[in-house]
Every structure is written in structure tokens, then in C-alpha cells.
Design a protein around this ligand. Sequence first.
Ligand SMILES: [Zn+2]
Ligand SMILES: [Zn+2]
Length: 301
Amino acid sequence: MLHQSLEFIAIFIPLYIYHAMGITIGYHRLLSHRSFSVTSKAVEYFWVLAGFTAFEGSPIWWSAMHRAHHHWVDTPLDPHSPRYGWFHSYFGWLLDKEYPKHIDPAIQCKDLINDPIYKFLEQGGKLQRGHALNFAINLSLRAVIWAVFGPIPALASLAAGLAVLQIPLMLNFTCHLPFLGYKNYQSIDDAVNVWWVGLLAMGEGWHNNHHAAPGSARTGTRMWEFDLSWYTICLMKKLNLVDRINAPKHEELVAKTSRRIAKEQIDKTTRELEIEIAAREAMNSVSKIKSQLVPETVNAR
Ligand SMILES: [Zn+2]
Ligand SMILES: [Zn+2]
């Protein structure tokens, strides 16, 4: 029994790390944000396969929803902001049968839709068919592992995939609850850095940092913000598997985010002024109409 438990743990831990980095490096930083580029398609598929075999679903669907999350963060158009319901943010948004009207992979994922493998996994935009195909492939893979290597490797692999499935679901929710974390950079969204998500999600829990610079391949920007995915990307660069990395420094982000906040405040003030002017003009027109009507009313009597 002890031997079997040790075997299970020895297989589970490296597979957990591999699958988790399939999401962070493959689905997220490479496909969704293009924060670095790889020297061959094989490297891209290696990491995307790691995410796909952790029940992550179609890469095009995942990227389209994630890009929409950044574009409309914490507004009613965000696919999974906890501002509009905790259950929906955690799991409910996965039950949709179709893309919401404002999300279209042909617009948001032009760079991914022509890849033949991603196109097949997308199942023509039928979301539940895409999820079902993903589950079927995942379960078949574990059946093959069972047949070839036996039950313990198969169960450890299944457990690692299902555990990693929780990472982005939990992250979408916990890293947008301000009371659970802290911000390094000013923002008008709710994204915060949550240290324990940072550890479990191979660096992805530094979510305020990520929203400050979504196109950065590094999310841990302070000394203590451990980001295993970033170190792995740097190692791939040393091995010539990566040719471009985008990673602004902490000081650049501080300056950039404060400039952005100042602009957003100006935009907000301008919008409020426009609304006030429109309201005044409407009031003036109403008063004018009233003043024209009153004498006529008096004359009519
Ligand atoms: Zn977010
Ligand atoms: Zn992102």
C-alpha cells in the first residue's frame, strides 16, 4: 500500500506541474496573449497538449473567452467576473451552448482559427460539442495509460488533470475578489495578487500584475512573487526554443499603469460632463417648449 501511494505521488506531482504549465505557458501566455514566440510549432503543441489533457477544452474557445475577459474586465460583458454572481464566475459560464453575442473567434482569434488541429477541436463553435470531445479524448488517454502502464499511473494522471482543471476556474474567481489579495499597480478592475494561487497555478496568481501588462510573459514582478512559468520560458530561451519574449520591468509598469489610470479618469470625467451637458440641453428644450405652450393655452381660454 505504501509503495503504491508513493508511486501515485511520484507520478502525480510532475504531471500536475506539466499540466498546470500547459495552461499558463501554452493556453495563456503563448496562445491567448502572444507574450513570447516559439521557434517551432512542435514547442507550441507540446504545451497546448499539456493544457488540453487537463480538460481545458478547445484552445480557440479558451483564448477567445480569455481575450474577452481582458477586454471587458469586470463589466457585464466579462464572461466570468465575480461582480455578477459567484457561481456564474466559477462554473456557470461553462454551461453556455453558444458564444455570447459580443464574442466571435473569427474576430477575436484570427491568429488561431486557421490552425487545422485547433479548428477541429473547436467543433465549429458548438461549445458543448467541443467540451464533450475534450472529455472523451481525456478519458480515452487515461484508458490507454491504464492498458499500457497499469491502474496507478492512469489514476495519477487522471487526478493530476482534474486537479489542474480547477486552477483557471478558481483563479477567475478568487483573483477577482479584492479582499483576498493585494495590488502592485493601480487599476479600475478588481484583479489582485493572491500568493497561494501564485504557488498552485505556477505563477498565474499574480493577477493584478497580469492585468497591468497582459502581454508580458512574466507575472511575478517582485522578488517574492515566485513565477515558475516565467523561469521555464527563460530556460526555453536558453535552449533556443523561444525567440521573442515580452517582459516589461516593474518600474515601467508603475509608470504605465498610473498614466493609464489618469487617462481613464479623464475619459470618465469627460463622459460625465457630456451626460450633464446633454441633460441640461434636454432641460432647456423642455422649458422652451413649455414657455411656448403656456401663452397658447392662456389664449385658448
Ligand atoms: Zn482576470
Ligand atoms: Zn490573461
